[in-house]
Design a protein around this ligand. Structure first.
Ligand code: LMR
Length: 392
């Protein structure tokens, strides 16, 4: 039976991790998979998380099962951060813990499918795992353009596809720090998107994986909140992997907003049943650490300061690249300063990307995406020179 299986290529982004590790050149630069790095190139555990883990180690007296919804304290502690002070919107928002943001997207798409969705609109380019998840759930992914040539977000394309949408359609929207382009909708565009969705049967599925890494913790949720204020139903996939630095601990949550609190029981029981069939229950450790951080005033403050530091560093990298615009012919860099988060797309062809890797030990995704957090005071000049070389 199993001989019927055909080889399938490894995920190109994850394959870069191994390729980079086996390169022996000392000055190699990793701009591949999306992890934050300090100016020393490290991805340390947050101090606030370390302290919470210590407390967890001291206080946790059982590792017995919790249930498919995971740690409710974690799920609820996050809600004011994501949704603001009216975090449940009068009992109309509730959620479950998931294994990372990927688990949250998976659960949201599967729940949408149970509710009758059969097509999901996706602005492209998008995170390379979005369409595989949609298709693996058995839904059709219909693409539209996320951005314009000039580096602005193409809200008109989203609004147009929403206008054409019908019952049984959903649209996947990035809340902030668009992956892979870094191009986010402006406030005015979010208003127009929220209005379009308010007058449409299309279900919004909002993926928020980078809150706090764009322009600010509140600012990065503003668009999501504008949509939720106007639409009856929505699903939100949330990741703590980046903003709490918990990548491998797989920490996320999936929230549903329903039109009437009376519908919440059905939404959550279906989410729990899908979680049970997929992974039974989410890993506990990272979510418990986040709960401890968010419930303790000092640790919460420490976390906010650490997150501020990350965001400032990302803005420094963006400003430095933008300042080098005149040093690199053919690869515009000035607009990177207006974009947000970990990623940017560079208009490089396959040959230029291969030369960056082979001649300069610079590793980036084949799509032209760079993880800007891989750039530091120590390597950014080398990167700009390498870019100028391959672009010449
Ligand atoms: C990325 O896009 O690099 C991250 O979201 C990591 C991943 O799982 O792909």
């Amino acid at each position: 039976m199993l001989e019927r299986l055909k080889d399938t290529p490894p995920d190109a982004l994850l394959a870069l991790i191994a390729q980079f590790a086996s390169d022996e050149r000392e000055d190699k630069i990793d701009l591949g998979v999306g992890v934050y790095r300090t100016d020393d190139g490290a991805t340390p555990v947050f101090g606030a998380i370390k302290a919470a883990e210590q407390r967890l180690w001291e206080e946790q007296d059982s590792k017995s099962y919790l249930g498919p919804e995971g740690d409710r304290g974690f799920v609820h502690a996050l809600m004011p951060i994501i949704f603001g002070s009216d975090a449940t919107m009068g009992g109309r928002i509730e959620g479950v813990q998931t294994p990372g943001g990927t688990g949250a997207v998976r659960l949201a798409v599967a729940l949408a499918e149970r509710a009758g969705v059969n097509r999901v609109f996706v602005g492209t380019p998008s995170w390379p795992n979005h369409i595989p998840i949609i298709e693996d759930v058995g839904l059709e992914a219909v693409t539209f353009s996320h951005s314009n040539e000039d580096g602005s977000a193409d809200a008109d394309a989203l609004i147009e596809i929403v206008r054409q949408g019908r019952e049984g359609d959903a649209v996947l929207i990035h809340a902030c720090c668009h992956n892979p382009s870094g191009i986010d909708y402006t406030d005015e565009q979010w208003d127009a998107i929220a209005d379009a969705l308010a007058n449409s049967p299309v279900l919004p599925i909002i993926d928020s994986a980078y809150q706090g890494l764009g322009t600010g913790l509140e600012e990065d949720s503003a668009g999501l909140r504008k949509v939720l204020a106007k639409v009856p139903d929505a699903l939100i996939a949330y990741s703590c992997d980046k903003n709490f630095g918990l990548y491998r601990d797989r920490v996320g949550a999936m929230y549903a907003k329903v039109a009437d609190p009376a519908q919440m029981g059905a939404a959550m029981s279906n989410a729990a049943a899908l979680a049970r069939a997929n992974w039974s229950m989410p890993p506990d450790h990272g979510g418990a650490a986040v709960r401890i951080v968010l419930r303790d005033e000092d640790l919460r403050q420490q976390w906010l300061e650490e997150l501020d530091g990350m965001r400032k560093r990302l803005r420094w990298v963006r400003a430095t690249l933008a300042g080098a615009d005149n040093k690199v012919d053919g690869v515009p860099l000035a607009h990177l300063e207006e974009q947000n988060g970990l990623f940017a797309m560079l208009p490089l062809n396959k040959d230029q990307i291969a030369r960056l890797r082979e001649d300069h030990a610079v590793y980036m995704a084949g799509s032209g995406r760079i993880n800007i957090a891989g750039l530091t005071k120590g390597n950014i000049d080398k990167f700009i020179a390498a870019l100028a070389d391959v672009a010449a």
